[in-house]
Design a protein around this ligand. Structure first.
Ligand SMILES: Cc1cc2nc3c(=O)[nH]c(=O)nc-3n(C[C@H](O)[C@H](O)[C@H](O)COP(=O)(O)O)c2cc1C
Length: 192
């Protein structure tokens, strides 16, 4: 997608995926987008684990919680789980607080790089970190911050304007609707 407006408008968190594998080269490319992202004081405390082997993806899946406010309707249905994950870690020897901005920049860089290739993601912080630490042998020196679930999309969630609520919902056809605050409610010029 060359039109960045269309790219940003269409991007949604996706929780239902095609059972098509993701080439590892693409996953590495998206980590490259994160590696090059801005970092406070250029400290670069983040590290990443690509999880793409079917056995480990199957074990990681139950460690994650999806769209909690409509649970379990937001869960990926059987056979529609993510094809791969990128787990974002923080090396606390490099930075042990104030790293969340770096995580945000990295996660969105990866999400948008993937989306530009037709691959959807869902950023997850509802993660059973103890189980993930054991499963992926993450050392105690590293915080498990976020997980990016990835795959070719099998749903097309829809952004909604001005519903007066921030609560997302699924309609009778199972389509997710995601309200966004209206521009006039959040944008100020020169002063509040
Ligand atoms: C920091 C952060 C944490 C999130 N954690 C979860 C999560 O644990 N599980 C989940 O299903 N979605 C999670 N999301 C996705 C949000 O629910 C989603 O971005 C929001 O509903 C807006 O939808 P959209 O991304 O389609 O615009 C998270 C998003 C962010 C930015």
């Amino acid at each position: 997608m060359s039109d960045w407006r269309a790219l940003f408008r269409a991007r949604r968190s996706v929780r239902c995926f095609q059972s098509r594998p993701l080439p590892r080269a693409l996953l590495v490319d998206w980590v490259e987008a994160a590696r090059l992202a801005p970092s406070a004081a250029n400290r670069q405390p983040l590290e990443f684990i690509i999880v793409d082997d079917p056995e480990t993806t199957a074990l990681l899946f139950p460690c994650l919680r999806w769209a909690a406010s409509i649970s379990p309707r937001g869960d990926p249905p059987p056979g529609r789980e993510p094809a791969a994950y990128i787990v974002t870690l923080v090396n606390t020897a490099v930075r042990d607080k104030g790293y969340e901005y770096d995580v945000g920049a990295a996660m969105m860089s990866m999400t948008l790089a993937a989306w530009a290739e037709g691959v959807a993601g869902c950023w997850l912080i509802s993660v059973d970190r103890e189980r993930v630490r054991t499963l992926l042998s993450v050392p105690e020196t590293h915080v498990i911050d976020s997980v990016l679930a990835l795959g070719y999309p099998a749903e097309t969630p829809q952004a909604e304007e001005g519903t007066g609520s921030v609560q997302y919902w699924k309609d009778d056809q199972g389509r997710m609707h995601v309200p966004k605050r209206r521009r006039e409610d959040i944008l100020h010029f020169n002063r509040y």
